[in-house]
Design a protein around this ligand. Structure first.
Ligand code: ATR
Length: 286
């Protein structure tokens, strides 16, 4: 890690371990160029045992950064080590965005925001639905559930291989959540207006189980937070059954907006050109 280099304008980072595959530098680099802003955004590979020291230096002004993103495996540690946490990240117990303000390190989580804003863009009116099925109960599922609840869904069925994890989410988010084992999936799909996969099933060309999309309400929307490949097995199955789908790439793009606005002072736009830039990078590294 090298944080001694002089830069012009604010400097932000994405810290993870490993960090090689992060596309955040491409996203923020695109916006800095497009907006003609001074500043930099770079990847930092920080091992878990180094992370607390890194945060200490950030807090006491000993590093050149004004903030940054954190990704796997640092989201929970970043949450715990920040001076202040907003309500969204408090509820999730994990942070993905950090910024210094008046000498304090603030933590927030923009994953749920990114999820909802992507759907606003790609399928306006998606949040008129009320009954959802969420497949998966891991960290990503929490942010999705938070977004669905905040957008007024009244029945969020969380279906998970390990049903106890779905039950934990019901404890965390309250009566709007109904936890189920995988065996109940076909039944809870009946009449649902929204389906989202938050598991890693189907990622990187892996096979995924068949899902009975036909039981969904007519006009239901199906989305997946996996974006490699863009057309995941679940999205392909849903399209074949005649349902509208939205891929997960836009969540990655939109979750980056609030951080950029904090660090660099301008709210950027998720453009088709940015989406194409990331798709081209995905194809190059496929
Ligand atoms: P993330 O933070 O990315 O959500 P995670 O916390 O490891 O990652 O959660 C992964 C999710 O994918 C979980 O819901 C997991 O189910 P379990 O809680 O039962 O582990 C789900 N998942 C992963 N592989 C799966 C598989 N082969 N079949 C069913 N569910 C799977």
């Amino acid at each position: 890690m090298n944080d001694s280099r002089e830069t012009i304008g604010p400097a932000a980072f994405v810290a993870g371990y490993p960090i090689r595959h992060s596309r955040s530098p491409l996203i923020h680099g695109y916006w800095l160029r497009q907006l003609g802003l001074p500043g930099s955004y770079g990847p930092l590979a920080i091992a878990p045992e180094e992370f607390a020291d890194f945060i200490s230096r950030l807090k006491d002004g000993g590093s050149r950064y004004c903030g940054g993103n954190v990704t796997i495996p640092h989201k929970e540690a970043a949450y715990a080590l920040a001076d202040r946490r907003d309500d969204r990240c408090q509820e999730l117990g994990a942070a993905n965005t950090l910024y210094l303000s008046e000498g304090e390190l603030h933590a927030t989580n923009t994953d749920g925001y990114g999820f909802a804003r992507n759907l606003d863009d790609r399928h306006p009116g998606w949040d008129r639905a009320r009954k959802a099925v969420v497949l998966g109960a891991g960290g990503a599922s929490r942010a999705v559930i938070q977004a669905l609840r905040d957008r007024g869904f009244t029945e969020i069925n969380v279906v998970n291989r390990t049903v106890d994890r779905a039950k934990e989410l019901a404890d965390r988010f309250g009566a709007v959540i109904a936890p189920h084992p995988l065996a109940a999936l076909d039944e809870v799909m009946q009449g649902a207006e929204f389906f989202v996969n938050t598991t890693s099933l189907g990622m990187d060309g892996e096979a995924a189980p068949q899902i009975q999309f036909a039981g969904l309400a007519s006009g239901a929307l199906v989305t997946d937070i996996v974006y490699i490949p863009l057309m995941t097995p679940f999205l392909a199955q849903a399209e074949a059954a005649g349902f509208a789908t939205v891929d997960g790439l836009g969540m990655l793009l939109h979750q980056a907006v609030p951080g950029f606005a904090r660090w660099f002072g301008v709210t950027p736009t998720v453009t088709p050109e940015l989406r194409q830039l990331i798709i081209a990078d995905m194809e190059q590294h496929a």
